[in-house]
Design a protein around this ligand. Sequence first.
Ligand SMILES: Cc1ncc(COP(=O)(O)O)c(C=O)c1O
Length: 464
Amino acid sequence: MLFDSLRDEFKAAGAAVDCGPIYPEVTSDEIRQYLRFQYDFQEPIPLEKVAADAERMLRHWQVQITHSRYFGLFNPGVTLSSVVADTLVATYNPQLAAWRTSPAANEIERHTLAWLGAKFGLPPDAAATFTNGGAEANLTAVIAALTHAFPDYGEDGVRSLDAAPVIYLSAQAHDSFSKIAHMTGLGRNALRVIETRANLKMDPRSLAEQIGRDREAGLAPFMVVGTAGSTAVGVIDPLPELADICRREKLWFHVDAAWGGAAIVSPSLRQYLAGIEDADSITCDAHKWFSVSMACGMFFCRHPGTVARAFRAQAGYMPNSDGAQVSDPYTHSVQWSRRFIGLKLFLSLAERGEAGQAAMIEHQTHLGNRLRELLLGSGWRIVNSTPLPLVCFTREGLDVPAFLADLRSHQVAWMSEAKVGGVRVVRACITNYKTTEADIEDVVEKITRLAMQQQPSQLSSISF
Ligand SMILES: Cc1ncc(COP(=O)(O)O)c(C=O)c1O
């Protein structure tokens, strides 16, 4: 069976990645030259040979996202169930544009989304769809919010509106909103960046005041974005307060929980998402903290009628699902032809169960806490505050770019840079369910030594 060989291959590939380097040493020129030389697409090459070569390129020429010491940008170590799902999907290639074409896939997605939507506190008739990722889910949210607030937006566009629409978010919100403002015709200046408090959470008072000022200036506020687990520092905006303001001001409340949303399945962590149940729409990516492979985003919305209006489409050539009492995905989402994205999450949840999924998340949270503890005990300073496993840190006199370069050349771990209060710091997020406490202990010991010997002349004497 397909599954048996996949399990062995997955295990072997995982072990090989963990033993190898995390950072690639390659330039674009080297890769381009190699491809030009090897692949002119004139003579056929046996598939085994090309596949082996493609795997070799992936092994050597990429940051190893699934390495247990990749402390990265929310890209997870993936589960076997995702790999099985991706293989099944590619093999059967279901088309999810219409229900009639792939009833099984459509219903599996519907079932999975309904389960998660209920966890978020959304009503049973909420709209939900799988997306390529968080950026597409956020785009879907903005289109739905515009459609809700401005009845003429769909037919006559932004240019027909009496007042300029405004979206509110904090500087910690994901930068996809800037592109979305551009793409939707709102313009990037439609975003109002609201001040954060010292803890980097959006300040509700500043939000309320800015809305007031904008209304007085004749603008048309229509949407507030709260982030639950921000990309750079992992903060969760004060969702209940933002929900209150939105209710009072009649604004659409979107929660971007692309990473942090997975915490909803954890009995000990879901408290931090309080207020999400009042959202008009939610973004949550399974390809982040649910540890499934890319691409697997999700969009949830409590206004199915608005979503149906926003994405309505009719095409005589599409299979007709009338009479099946279903809605065709191409009529309530951004994409048309669509891959069976949701199987990965379905298999993952079914295989582990809710408790197993929660245990994965809680394990990583525990490691985040352990990382903080060890860093503090080794002279580092933590500069962010979040219950989620994302730690931003620095120490006296640290040259962050030079430190990250050392980390890379010694292949210690993958970490990135973040800016907190305009200051460069190191960012490490526990994104892999396979990472162990021993990994964390070893990495802290090594990075502390690196930082203490940051002088280039002394670097060569360090051995790992
Ligand atoms: C909070 C947040 N929202 C949205 C996104 C965009 O998600 P994607 O890269 O899946 O499109 C990210 C990506 O890291 C994110 O951190």
